[in-house]
Design a protein around this ligand. Structure first.
Ligand code: F0G
Length: 352
């Protein structure tokens, strides 16, 4: 059967009916790639898989939640949606609103989102407002606007976003025919760790899986309020997507960590960059810096000897967004190309 998107695939687990107008870009069904490199790094008995969410239509996992949030907004007669964003939510909201033919407004921290994401929001026709402040400032304003004006919030405190995003867990279980033992995930506003945990639990209750994974969430060290146990006023990290000091789903992220007997820890920008460079060179997929936080977390736990005394099994790292959204950081990290004239001999000399 041809893939029709996550609503069509998983409707029996989602708050939709035959009357729901399905606004889809055929998101989901993203690759779950076995990583021989990372599996070797962890050690025998473990298999590491990478869930490449950058393969979604707008290049990030946000599309899973946005298809549902926008479909429900249209069903409820909403004429427009609004969100605060570090970039990916705004790109996704803009694309799904364009498809639905409704208005989209996005508030972004000025100068602090990747160019590719800004371009997406603008080109899909969203009203883009750059706020001289950070994500948390944008989010507070969006909350106030949606409390007082007729426009639908599509940040992840909209429960439809979480509902849609939980389908990532379903796909992993459908593919592996069980839940992984360990699920590594970057944490920013904490919606995605909440959604995956919900998805695994629903599949468990439905009898689709017989065990639950440990959830291992990773924040960037300069933007790690959950790890620190307090808000961070001026979050800083090169991983702009997770540059958040006061996550909206803080409590449910902690709940996922506690219930699953997992961890929420931080990784430094240096550790993020290390993983950011290793993934494309060993596994052939290019992710954005924030996405690399899951693999950075895995490498950190490997070094600590974490896997020496735990049961063997499957490990999944979610890679949340595509690297092409943020090429500036990659170019800074990559070796510049060698420049030569159209000189065959010289080029042959360089190659061999
Ligand atoms: N990875 C990427 C690429 C993201 O864009 C985000 C969040 C996260 C991880 C963290 O996910 O917030 O559910 O914990 N981006 C949001 C945005 C905040 O506005 O695009 P989370």
């Amino acid at each position: 059967m041809i893939w029709q998107g996550v609503i069509s695939q998983y409707k029996k687990y989602l708050p939709v009916s035959d009357k729901t107008p399905v606004i889809t870009l055929q998101e989901g069904n993203t690759p779950l790639l076995y990583s021989s490199f990372l599996s070797r790094e962890v050690g025998s008995g473990f298999s590491v898989y990478l869930k490449f969410e950058g393969a979604n239509p707008t290049g990030s996992f946000k599309d899973r939640g946005m298809t549902l949030a926008v479909s429900k907004a249209v069903e409820e007669g909403s004429k427009g949606v609004i969100c605060a964003s570090t970039g990916n939510t705004s790109a996704s909201a803009a694309a799904y609103s364009a498809k639905a033919g409704i208005k989209c407004v996005v508030l972004i921290p000025k100068g602090a989102i990747a160019k590719g994401k800004l371009t997406q929001a603008l080109f899909h026709g969203a009203k883009v407002i750059a706020v001289d402040g950070n994500f948390d400032d944008c989010f507070e304003i969006v909350k106030k606007i949606t409390e007082n004006y007729p426009i639908t919030m599509v940040n992840s405190i909209n429960p439809n976003r979480i509902e849609g995003q939980k389908t990532g867990a379903f796909e992993i279980c459908d593919y592996l025919k069980s839940a992984p033992c360990f699920h590594f995930i970057p944490v920013g506003n904490a919606g995605n760790i909440t959604a995956y945990w919900k998805g695994y639990n629903e599949y468990f209750r439905a009898g689709e899986i017989t065990r639950l994974p440990h959830m291992l969430g990773f924040q960037a060290a300069g933007a790690a309020p959950i790890v620190k146990g307090e808000k961070v006023d001026n979050p800083e990290t090169i991983a702009t997507a997770i540059r958040i000091g006061n996550p909206a789903s803080w409590q449910s992220a902690v709940k996922a960590q506690e219930e699953s007997k997992g961890v929420i820890e931080s990784v430094t920008d240096q550790e993020i960059i290390e993983a950011y460079k290793l993934i494309p060179s060993h596994d052939g997929i290019f992710v954005e810096p924030a996405s690399a936080a899951s693999v950075a977390g895995l490498l950190k736990l490997i070094r600590r000897g974490f896997f020496k005394d735990v049961e063997n099994g499957n490990i999944v790292c979610v890679l949340t967004g595509h690297g092409l959204k943020d090429p500036d950081i990659a170019l800074e990290e990559a070796q510049a190309p060698v420049v030569v004239g159209p000189d065959l001999d010289k080029i042959v000399e360089l190659i061999f």
